[in-house]
Design a binder for this molecule. Structure first.
Ligand SMILES: [Zn+2]
Length: 166
């Protein structure tokens, strides 16, 4: 089937998988097999990295002339989003009034229909971004306040120790 094959072939399209260089710590999306900073040094040191999907808008544009398959969505917003991990992706921003998007807007990844192939009726899904919801922010703040750091590691009995009751 076409859709599962599309998903298998494009994992970064729906899982936002990047690549991290274990030599310098650089994170790249789309994933790279060689770090552009370290080049030969990074060979064999690039590892898959799941990105958080949270970031901020660096730049954006409002699209009035749709690409094929986007006819029903104009006007829509395309933005360069800088992710928390430091890499940048270009994607559509949804759930916004086009004029309200500005630099520095906190956004998070969401799964949405990307386009529809009218000939065979296949609908493609992938990531887009939407303004980060206050509930999400509040929850994150609440979590950081509510969860105290563990003061110390609780004492553990060695695995091979004798049973307490003899
Ligand atoms: Zn590197």
């Amino acid at each position: 089937m076409t859709v599962p094959r599309f998903w298998r072939e494009q994992p970064q399209r729906y899982r936002l998988l990047g690549a991290e260089c274990n030599n310098c710590g650089g994170i790249y999306f789309p994933p790279r097999t060689v770090c552009p900073e370290c080049r030969r040094e990074s060979i064999g040191k690039m590892v898959q990295r799941q990105l958080s999907g949270r970031g901020t808008v660096l730049a954006h544009t409002v699209v009035h002339q749709p690409a094929d398959g986007f006819e029903l969505q104009v006007p829509y917003v395309m933005a360069i989003v800088e992710l928390e991990e430091g890499c940048r992706v270009m994607a559509q921003v949804v759930d916004v009034v086009p004029g309200s998007v500005g630099t520095g807007l906190p956004v998070e990844m969401t799964f949405r229909r990307i386009r529809e192939d009218g000939r065979n009726g296949v609908i493609y899904y992938g990531y887009k971004f939407r303004p980060m919801r206050h509930t999400t922010l509040d929850k994150r703040v609440a979590n950081s306040i509510a969860s105290p750091k563990p003061s110390s590691t609780p004492p553990r009995s060695p695995a091979g120790s004798r049973p307490r009751r003899s």
